[in-house]
Design a protein around this ligand. Structure first.
Ligand code: URA
Length: 427
């Protein structure tokens, strides 16, 4: 087949800050999916997009091309309404785990097609795979059956769904090209629109541990995604939420599952509970079901029942003991005072270096690797008390993890500038 464009010509156009035409975008996304455009060429194009941006037309077209690279799912045959949530990625962001069963327990089905860790941010599938027996890969038929029977599925997007994103997501992870608004917006929205959810709530993270470091960037990303979703007929809203410090007291895989189970049991850290409930309310409202209070449902234990059924339906044992790491190292508070800041990026990079994320594509992550935070900003600490515990099966990783944490926390006098997790709403 004769190709209508040359990859080098498309790369050079974006390098020189030109707008890409519709036909160029359709071709380059399709040709990359077919393997005609090589990984090194797409890396160069992704870097040019990161540096020079894309306008709204280019982003919408790129998203449509990624959707067209694969199949689309359809949930209209279900007896439930559907709503999904997607986070732009954070540290200690385990919210999907309690949220999906909670929203299902409130009467709206959640088809959560999730991803793996990207850069220093954790991945829902990597976390759930620390549950013995749990399986991320489901067929479309299994997804439909589980949604109808249980009301919630958290699984990998099948190979047929937005395959262009699957390739590009893995490539961006290892080429320093994650933090581009057009690439994040099209990556998330292509999967969510192709997935066929009726309503979508986006959790757009802002702060050091997020890909968007400023509120202005996060607002821009949120607004682009809300517009892409609504234009595609998916009721879409976004919450801007704080990611300057990790969510909850753990960042890793198995440790975050354990923390989520605490939330489902009616306990858990207040920031995780607050965000889970805020997102649940938005999902229920977007699906047109606002006569149920998710806080009551969480307290009733009904969400825990759905969690157990959801994990069992995918081969997991919800009552199994979760793996623990072979080695730990504890960092003590160097002085007494108030923990003024605990930087999300520092903790995320440390967890990643301990083995909770991957440095190379396809690498296996360690289920038990991660960081336990014994204090959060605003807490009083005493010199010598444990501040952070690092977990890994490969202790040679401790030095680089500790290097990531240098300057990542501050103890002093006074109060930490505390704020609510939810910053603002778009939509
Ligand atoms: N989540 C995604 O699915 N894609 C991105 O690019 C970033 C976060």
């Amino acid at each position: 087949m004769t190709e209508p464009f040359d990859a080098v010509e498309v790369i050079a156009a974006k390098r020189d800050k030109a707008e890409l035409g519709d036909a160029q975008i359709d071709w380059v996304v399709d040709a990359y999916t077919r393997g005609v455009v090589a990984d090194e060429q797409m890396s160069a194009l992704a870097m040019a997009i990161l540096l020079n941006g894309m306008n709204r037309r280019e982003i919408a077209r790129w998203t449509a091309a990624m959707i067209a690279s694969g199949e689309r799912m359809e949930f209209s045959a279900l007896s439930w309404k559907t709503a999904d949530k997607h986070s732009t990625g954070g540290v200690g962001d385990k919210i999907t785990l309690p949220l999906a069963p909670l929203v299902a327990a409130c009467g709206v089905a959640v088809p959560q097609l999730s991803g793996r860790g990207l850069g220093h941010t954790g991945g829902t599938l990597d976390k759930l795979e620390s549950i013995p027996g749990w399986r991320a890969a489901l067929t479309n038929r299994e997804i439909m059956t589980q949604l109808e029977d249980v009301g919630a599925v958290i699984c990998a997007a099948g190979d047929g769904l937005a395959p262009a994103d699957k390739k590009l997501y893995a490539l961006r992870d290892v080429t320093g090209t994650v933090e581009a608004i057009p690439l994040i917006a099209s990556s998330i929205m292509s999967k969510k629109i192709a997935e066929g959810t009726g309503a979508l709530v986006l959790d757009v993270k802002v702060g050091s541990g997020a890909f968007m470091k400023t509120k202005d960037q996060a607002r821009e990303l949120g607004q682009i995604m809300v517009d892409l979703g609504n234009d595609a007929g998916v009721t879409t809203v976004a919450l801007l939420t704080d990611m300057s410090t990790p969510l909850g007291p753990t960042a890793g895989n198995a440790c975050e599952v354990a923390e989520s189970v605490e939330v489902l049991a009616g306990g858990g850290p207040s920031d995780v509970v607050e965000l889970t409930l805020a997102l649940a309310r938005e999902m229920l409202a977007a699906a047109g079901k606002d006569d149920v209070d998710p806080a009551h449902v969480l307290a009733s234990g009904a969400a825990m029942d759905v969690w157990k059924r959801m994990i069992s339906a995918q081969g997991g044992d919800p009552d199994a003991t979760l793996p623990t790491s072979k080695d730990t190292h504890t960092i003590e508070a160097p002085e007494s005072g108030t923990l003024l800041q605990l930087d999300a990026l520092a903790v995320g990079v440390a967890a990643w270096r301990l083995g909770a994320g991957r440095a190379r594509p396809g690498e296996k992550v360690q289920a038990a690797a991660g960081v336990t935070m014994h204090a959060k900003p605003g807490d009083t600490v005493t010199a010598g008390q444990p501040l952070l515990t690092l977990h890994t099966d490969t202790p040679e990783r401790f030095d680089r993890a500790m290097a990531a944490l240098e300057g990542g926390y501050t103890i002093g006098q006074g109060a930490a500038g505390g704020s609510s997790v939810v910053i603002e709403r778009i939509g």
